[in-house]
Design a protein around this ligand. Structure first.
Ligand code: ALL
Length: 330
């Protein structure tokens, strides 16, 4: 059994791992066996993509983009794709990094589930001579500095992205209106930045955020918390959700409270279910952060670093507002 398969966790990672084991090709055996090498027997570097919850379409899209890129560049590298089962499974993500170190991959491209908790694992990888590239959610600058670690980041300006969606929402609100917010994992930098972007826009519009709670990026938790917020603050005019999974949970809560059309919803990611909801008019807007390209940018940078190029400064990737108008449904 290949090393890639031997560490694969239950569904949905299994499906992805099997698909990618074929795609990645020549994956070395797990220990005991020959000493790991950062290159395969064909001389190609192996790049490990380590993501967050594969239950979230955002990361499936990210994985699909990476697989497509590898298939278009079969001679450049081999790809190992990993993810965790739920958004909070930090220890599993740390373990995945350690498994990739043990396999002796050439590079790790990581979307960390937590901006602080993954720094030590990334340091272990770099100390083992592995190229590390950080995508999507930025590692904490202070913890990186404390550990004497430099990791290039490729990803969006989440504060600016969130501001775009919330400014669009603000056009439908008036000063003095009240809204609620669903936050991501509070130790994730991108979640913090999205929260700030939403706050910036509401402050500028004179709108009060009367309740803001973390639903840990998850739909089910968002559904429960949104129901509570709607019960406790029946006057709210909108729910601002720091990702689309939580927007889906909020949407179900608004529907079951019989408040469809009265409580506006915004999200962040651009997943297909939210795009459909926007076209149907039940969600107002989201932010497309081009998940299919995020890992690809990271892989392309990793390939350059593996060739000995110097790491660049952080790279900011695009974010686009998605509304019924932009989807052509109005
Ligand atoms: C962030 C991603 C997506 C995703 C969220 C939950 O890092 O940018 O917004 O929905 O994590 O894992």
């Amino acid at each position: 059994m290949s090393a890639a398969r031997s560490h694969i966790a239950p569904w949905p990672i299994v499906l992805l791992g099997i698909a990618l084991a074929g795609c990645g090709g020549d994956v070395p055996e797990a220990a005991p066996g020959p000493a790991p090498s950062s290159k395969t027997s064909t001389g190609k570097p192996r790049i490990a993509l380590v993501m967050k919850s594969l239950a979230n379409e955002f990361f499936k899209t990210m994985a699909d983009g990476a697989v497509k890129h590898q298939r278009e560049h079969p001679d450049a590298y081999e790809l190992i794709v990993n993810g965790i089962k739920d958004e909070r499974d930090l220890s599993r993500q740390v373990a995945l990094v350690d498994e990739m170190i043990a396999q002796g991959v050439g590079a790790i491209v990581i979307a960390p589930a937590d901006s602080k908790a993954l720094v030590s694992a990334c340091k272990r990888a770099k100390d083992a001579g592995i190229v590390v590239v950080n995508v999507d959610n930025k590692l904490d600058d202070r913890v990186l500095a404390d550990q004497g670690l430099a990791v290039p980041f490729v990803g969006p300006d989440n504060r600016a992205g969130a501001r775009k969606a919330a400014d669009y929402l603000a056009k439908r609100l008036k000063p003095g209106d009240q809204v609620g917010m669903l936050e991501g994992i509070r130790t994730a930098f991108n979640g913090q930045q999205r929260q700030l972007g939403f706050q910036d826009a509401m402050k500028a519009a004179g709108v009060t955020i009367v309740d803001s709670q973390t639903a840990q990026w998850e739909m089910d938790q968002a559904n429960r918390i949104a129901s509570t917020i709607l019960g406790e603050h029946p006057q709210i005019k909108a729910l601002l959700c720091c990702n689309d999974s939580m927007a889906l949970g909020a949407l179900a809560a608004v529907k079951s409270a019989g408040r469809s059309g009265e409580v506006l919803i915004i999200g962040y990611d651009g997943i297909s279910a939210i795009r459909s909801a926007i076209q149907q008019g039940s969600v107002l807007a989201t932010i497309e952060q081009h998940a299919d390209q995020l890992a690809v940018y990271g892989i392309e940078l990793a390939l350059k670093l593996l060739k000995g190029e110097s790491p660049p400064a952080d790279t900011t990737t695009p974010v686009d507002l998605i509304t019924a108008e932009s989807l052509g449904s109005k």
